[in-house]
Design a protein around this ligand. Structure first.
Ligand code: GLN
Length: 192
């Protein structure tokens, strides 16, 4: 299995380190041809406007959209924004997932926070019982899901922070910045 990490901007190195810890072959994706031979792709956190602009500049938009129709893609934070269909403003989006996202929904950088999430699918897939300790940095929320997208996790006030649609996964938070490999393991179960 070979997983690519979109390496235009953001914390792609942390995702690659996480994949290596799981003994998965990982490579950086900067150009359309770097997608060849990959089984799945992770889009890291960072700044979604910058990631979008660079994806347009490097002629990656169509290749990423086509890749996502057949292969697993997981977007963390800015990556989740980039995967979504609608964010209520104009910036380049892959429009692959039927989720509506609001950027910076928890406030500014200073309002970044960590919290425990009960994610039954994650526990089941990894055979564990512990809640998931999630790190939110100027995070978006998933305002709503539609089509066959489903909610995976919400914070205590009910705001949605993780969703899945078939082989596509979106999380508002940053599993790559923790020591818990379970979310990466969960993503690998979506790769075929
Ligand atoms: N606020 C960023 C955006 O809107 C996302 C932040 C992050 O990825 N940690 O793109």
């Amino acid at each position: 299995m070979k997983i690519g990490v979109l390496a235009l901007q953001g914390d792609f190195a942390e995702h690659i380190a996480m994949l290596k810890r799981l003994n998965v072959e990982a490579s950086e994706v900067r150009l359309p041809e770097h997608l060849n031979g990959l089984d799945g792709l992770i889009i890291p956190g960072g700044e979604s406007t910058t990631i979008g602009k660079l994806a347009v500049a490097y002629n990656l938009m169509d290749s990423l959209k086509t890749f996502g129709q057949r292969h697993a893609i997981w977007g963390t934070c800015a990556g989740a924004i980039f995967l979504s269909k609608d964010i209520g403003r104009d910036q380049p989006l892959l429009e692959l997932m039927d989720i509506k996202v609001q950027r910076n929904a928890f406030g500014r950088q200073i309002d970044s926070f960590e919290t425990n999430l009960d994610i039954p699918e994650l526990k089941q897939a990894t055979g564990t019982k512990e809640d998931y300790h999630a790190v939110f940095i100027r995070a978006p929320i998933i305002e709503s899901v539609s089509g066959d997208a489903k909610i995976l996790a919400s914070v205590s006030d009910g705001r949605i922070v993780a969703a899945q649609q078939g082989h596509l996964l979106a999380t508002s938070f940053h599993p790559e910045l923790t020591n818990d490999t379970r979310f990466h393991e969960y993503f690998l179960t979506l790769v075929d």
